[in-house]
Design a protein around this ligand. Structure first.
Ligand code: SF4
Length: 212
């Protein structure tokens, strides 16, 4: 199937908006940018539901960036143990908080270069912050985004950086953040990894992978 990627991306974004009007990040960060940064780091190879649970105790112990910057790494480890990869994540969180305090006055930076200078922050997390916090757009190329974009023929790659770059060209900037949040919802409800529900899918007519 020869497809017009830009047109299909826009169609998909509009239909996803209709189906999921309240696009929201599934990490419950209470509009605190620093908390989103911490939770996004915790979410690697862990469910958002688990991160939301673990974060309650974590933020009760360390309510702000200054408190976490002073914390012993071992104490952070104990609180985030159930998220997996806890040693690496605790080390990153500790260093990231110290970097925020030392280099950015305790504030989360609003640009890609500075975000990438933080320990444990890659382009996926940086784009999440840029989009959700600073309203600058950004493709969050997570597992749902990569898988479903591939199914829809919007990208031929499974490489996170390439998918981000390709989608950035075809999804309008002002729709990118919500588009990615909605792909997560769609990936859990309809286009699931194990058995996509093509028969009930509202994107079937523009999807080269539709098996209806
Ligand atoms: S038609 Fe099937 S493969 Fe394509 S997006 Fe929908 S559920 Fe996924």
């Amino acid at each position: 199937m020869n497809i017009d990627k830009k047109k299909n991306a826009l169609t998909a974004a509009k239909r996803l908006e209709k189906r999921y009007p309240d696009a929201a990040c599934s990490l419950e960060y209470k509009m605190d940018p620093w908390k989103l940064l911490v939770m996004a780091r915790l979410s690697a190879q862990c469910t958002d539901a688990r991160v939301n649970i673990v974060s309650k105790d974590l933020f009760a112990a360390y309510p702000d960036v200054y408190k976490m910057a002073e914390a012993d790494v071992e104490d952070i480890e104990k609180l985030i143990f159930s998220c997996g990869l806890y040693k690496t994540k605790a080390r990153d969180l500790s260093k990231m908080c110290r970097q925020l305090v030392e280099n950015f006055d305790g504030k989360v930076p609003d640009n890609m270069k500075d975000l990438l200078s933080l320990s444990g922050v890659g382009r996926k997390i940086a784009n999440l912050i840029l989009g959700d916090v600073f309203d600058k757009g950004g493709i969050v190329a997570d597992t749902h985004c990569i898988r479903i974009s591939g199914k829809l023929g919007l990208t031929g790659s499974t490489n996170q950086t390439i998918v981000e770059r390709e989608l950035d060209k075809i999804v309008p900037k002002n729709m990118q953040t919500d588009f990615c949040h909605r792909l997560v919802m769609f990936g859990r409800e309809v286009c699931t990894a194990r058995s996509p529900k093509c028969k009930e899918c509202f994107l079937c007519d523009i999807c080269p992978s539709c098996e209806k």
